[in-house]
Write a protein that binds this ligand. Structure first.
Ligand SMILES: Cc1ncc(COP(=O)(O)O)c(C=O)c1O
Length: 395
C-alpha cells in the first residue's frame, strides 16, 4: 500500500522525470535555472488510493483496449452529486482525453470555418488557440476589473458582441482561469439567458470546480432546464488530483442531438477508447479521494492566504486580485511603475522565476503574472522572496 500522501510540505523531486513544469525550461525559451510556478499541475503526490489502484492495474500486466461500465459512471455521478448537488444521467457522459481536446472537438462539431466564437479575455490561452487554429473567428467580450478588485462581465458588451458578430458558441470558464472568479448563479443566469436568446451553444469548462474557496460552484447547465439543452459541461479529476498526465476528462451533454454531433466528431478524429490508467485513476479518485482532496484544498487555501498577506506587506505596487477559485493567483504589477516588458524581464531574469506572463492571456493581461500556488509553502515563499528582492534591486 502506498503512503497516505497527506504531508503537503514534503518536497517531491520532479526534475528529470519528463516533467513539463521542471524539465523543459530551455526548450520553452527560459533560462535553465528558473524556479517554475507556471503550468497548472501540482507539486504534490496524488492520493495514495489512486496510486494503489494504478499499481494493481500495472500488476495485472495486460493493457489491451479498455472501456468502463456503470460502476465508473456511478463514481463520477457520486462526486457530482456530493459536491455540486448535480444529478447526471449515464447517457450524457462522453469521455475525452482532456478538456482542450474536447474544446477543439466542439469547435469542429458545432461551427464552420470563419464562424465566431466568444470568450472573455483574459482567459486560459488554449481557448484562443483552439479557435484560431481551427480557422474560426475569435471574439472577446473582455472582463473588466471593478473597484472591488474582482473581475466582472460587461453584459451589454457580451450581448452586443454576440449579435454583431453572429456568435455561434461561447467558451465559459468557471471558475475563471486566470482571474480567479467563481461566477455567481445570478451572473451565470444573466449570460445564460443571453446565450439562450441568441441560440449560442455554451461550452462550460468547469475543470477548476473543486477549487472554490469563496462562494460555491454552480454548475451552469443545472441552473435551468433550457441551459441543459445548449450546454457541453467539461469536468475532470485532473486538476483536483494531479492527474493531467493520465488524460482523462468527463463531459456531460444532455441534449441528444448535440451529443450525437459531438460523438460523430470524435469518430471523424479517429478517437474511441481512453487510456486505461486515466479511467482507473478517475474512479479511485472519486471513490476514495475525499480525505486527500480536503486536506490538499486546505493546504492550497492556506498558501493563497499566505501569498496575499506576503504581497500586501512586501511587494509595493503589486496587487493580488481578490481570489475566489482555482489554485492560480493573478498579480497586477502595473502599480510598480514598470512597463509590462520590464515586469517580464524582472520575473525571468532578476527573480529567476518561470510564471505565466499575463501577456499570453490576452491584451488585458499585460503587466500581470499568474502564479501556481499548488506547491509547497517553501517553494511559494522562495518565489515571493525572489520577487521582493528583485523589486528592491530594481529601484
Ligand atoms: C480552464 C482550463 N481548462 C482546461 C485545462 C487543461 O485541461 P486538459 O489538460 O484536460 O486539456 C486547464 C489547465 O490549466 C484549464 O485551466
Amino acid at each position: 500500500m502506498a503512503e497516505r500522501n497527506l504531508d503537503f510540505d514534503k518536497v517531491n523531486n520532479r526534475k528529470d522525470t519528463n516533467c513539463l513544469k521542471y524539465d523543459f525550461a530551455i526548450e520553452r525559451g527560459m533560462p535553465q535555472d528558473v524556479l517554475p510556478l507556471w503550468v497548472a499541475d501540482m507539486d504534490f503526490q496524488t492520493s495514495s488510493y489512486i496510486q494503489d489502484a494504478l499499481i494493481e492495474e500495472v500488476n495485472h500486466g495486460i493493457f489491451g483496449y479498455s472501456e468502463v461500465k456503470k460502476p465508473y459512471f456511478d463514481s463520477v455521478a457520486g462526486w457530482m452529486k456530493r459536491h455540486y448537488d448535480w444529478d447526471i444521467r449515464e447517457e450524457w457522459l462522453v469521455k475525452t482525453p482532456g478538456i482542450v481536446f474536447a474544446l477543439a472537438m466542439a469547435v469542429s462539431a458545432y461551427t464552420k470555418p470563419k464562424d465566431s466564437i466568444l470568450i472573455n479575455l483574459p482567459v486560459y490561452y488554449p481557448f484562443r488557440e483552439v479557435i484560431e487554429d481551427n480557422d474560426r473567428k475569435l471574439v472577446s467580450s473582455d472582463l473588466y476589473k471593478g473597484e472591488d478588485n474582482r473581475y466582472h462581465i460587461d453584459y451589454e458588451d457580451f450581448e452586443k458582441k454576440i449579435v454583431e458578430e453572429d456568435v455561434k458558441m461561447f467558451f465559459l470558464c468557471n471558475p475563471h482561469n486566470p482571474v480567479g472568479r467563481v461566477w455567481t448563479r445570478e451572473e451565470l443566469e444573466t449570460i445564460g439567458d443571453i446565450c439562450l436568446k441568441h441560440n449560442v451553444i455554451v461550452v462550460s469548462d468547469e475543470i477548476h470546480a473543486d477549487f472554490v474557496f469563496k462562494g460555491r460552484h454552480q454548475v451552469f447547465a443545472d441552473i435551468k432546464e433550457e441551459y441543459k439543452d445548449i450546454t457541453i459541461t467539461c469536468t475532470s479529476p485532473s486538476k483536483t488530483f494531479n492527474l493531467a498526465g493520465l488524460q482523462i476528462s468527463n463531459l456531460f451533454i444532455p441534449n441528444e442531438s448535440l451529443r450525437k454531433t459531438f460523438k460523430k466528431q470524435l469518430d471523424r478524429a479517429g478517437y474511441s477508447q481512453l487510456g486505461v490508467f486515466g479511467l482507473v485513476a478517475c474512479k479511485a479518485a472519486y471513490d476514495n479521494g475525499e480525505e486527500w482532496y480536503k486536506a490538499m484544498k486546505e493546504y492550497v487555501w492556506n498558501n493563497i492566504q499566505f501569498a496575499k498577506e506576503y504581497i500586501d506587506k512586501n511587494l509595493p505596487g503589486v496587487t493580488m486580485t481578490d481570489h475566489e477559485g482555482t489554485y492560480l493567483i493573478w498579480l497586477d504589477f502595473n502599480g510598480t511603475g514598470l512597463t509590462p516588458a520590464e515586469v517580464e524581464d524582472l520575473i525571468v531574469k532578476k527573480a529567476k522565476l518561470w510564471l505565466d506572463s499575463g501577456r499570453i492571456f490576452g491584451k488585458t493581461g499585460y503587466g500581470y503574472q499568474r502564479i501556481n500556488t499548488a506547491c509547497t509553502r517553501q517553494v511559494l515563499t522562495e518565489a515571493l522572496d525572489r520577487i521582493r528582492d528583485a523589486l528592491n534591486k530594481n529601484y
